[in-house]
Design a protein around this ligand. Structure first.
Ligand code: AHG
Ligand code: MN
Ligand code: MN
Length: 331
């Protein structure tokens, strides 16, 4: 990546008063996503869009691209010595960087490929990242240090590999989007001050699990489906993309609500989505953009995980829509 290749991103991050160190790290991670975009675009051609035949720590079948994209990120970030450690969906253990500076204080948590089940159907997939800052540099960082820093999230973002490859990122002040110019291998500024409209009429949830939901959630979806003849007095739409990045990106475009609930199903009591590299980053982006981000009925960003792959129930979206669900939980 040449110096001008992250120009728009660097300029915007500077406008957000991000530190030089943080700008460097975000730039490095985003640059690795340009290589991920290459891998995603060529997977079908290269025959790397299949299963790897291995199971990850989540107990899920790993796709070849899950591993390939994980390796791209780890390899690319190797030279960034301000990063003390990495948490990856595809690595059971914390990846402590041996080359990290003694005063390294940043940890990057990432889902290298979100929505992997969409690969074989040529659906939208993405990469999610969260940057945590340790309250003080730690020579031999361990998992407890990472968990203690979970609420000190200084940056979050995702890259969505769709018809366009789009980066959405925030360092806490505002949310901006950038489009990948594939010719010049650079992200070009698209929108700044992204916001989530407070009122919406579209929900995203996998209704195949209806029988496992709490009554309040079942009532909420039922009321949406009753449309203008029901208590909501308006027709609602439904989308379920099978990739969190895609369902959350829609919130920034036209509002709505995204729900991955805890369920009365063995192993799914806390749902499916992992706090450190899916729920926490998306919650930061949604809140900064004026939306609401909960884990069941509590604010997501106050949650303290007890392990690096902990799953949490997720509710993200337009304030008034989330309040409709909250009202049913408390009724
Ligand atoms: P990942 O591919 O990283 O495991 O994430 C997939 C997640 C999330 O992106 C999506 O919203 C959800 O799984 C879909 O879950 P269901 O297949 O249960 O609908
Ligand atoms: Mn994911
Ligand atoms: Mn994943």
């Amino acid at each position: 990546m040449n110096a001008s290749s992250l120009n728009d991103l660097t300029l915007w991050l500077q406008s957000q008063s991000a530190s030089t160190e943080l700008i460097t790290i975000i730039g490095g991670f985003v640059a690795s996503c340009i290589h991920i975009d290459d891998a995603v675009q060529t997977a079908a051609l290269n025959g790397t869009n299949g299963s790897s035949g291995t199971i990850n720590v989540q107990g899920e079948e790993q796709k070849e691209l899950d591993i390939l994209t994980h390796d791209i990120v780890v390899k690319y970030l190797d030279e960034f010595n301000q990063i003390a450690a990495l948490v990856s969906e595809e690595s059971e253990h914390l990846i402590v960087k041996p080359t990290a500076d003694k005063d390294a204080k940043f940890v990057i948590c990432f889902d290298p490929l979100d929505g992997s089940s969409n690969i074989e159907t040529n659906g939208v997939i993405g990469t999610i990242f969260s940057i945590l800052e340790l309250d003080q540099p730690k020579d031999k960082i361990d998992t407890d240090d990472v968990l203690a820093a979970a609420n000190n999230q200084v940056a979050a973002g995702y890259v969505i590999y769709g018809p366009a490859t789009i980066l959405v990122v925030s360092t806490g002040k505002s949310v901006a989007s950038f489009v990948l110019d594939k010719q010049n291998r650079r992200f070009v500024a698209e929108k700044t001050e992204l916001s989530i409209v407070p009122v919406a009429a579209e929900y995203a949830i996998n209704t195949a699990y209806t029988r496992f939901w709490e009554p309040a959630l079942a009532t909420y979806v039922e009321q949406c489906n009753l449309g203008k003849n029901g208590p909501r007095k308006k027709d609602c739409g439904m989308r379920w993309m099978g990739a969190m990045v895609s369902d959350v990106h829609r919130l920034f475009i036209r509002g709505g609500i995204f729900i991955y609930p805890g369920m009365d199903r063995p192993g799914a009591e806390n749902g499916k989505l992992r706090f450190l590299y899916e729920a926490n980053p998306m919650a930061m982006l949604v809140e900064v953009a004026g939306g609401k981000a909960l884990t069941r009925t509590k604010r997501m960003l106050q949650h303290v995980p007890d392990n690096i792959h902990q799953r949490v129930p997720v509710v993200l979206g337009s304030c008034e829509e989330v309040d409709e669900l909250l009202a049913l939980y408390s009724s």
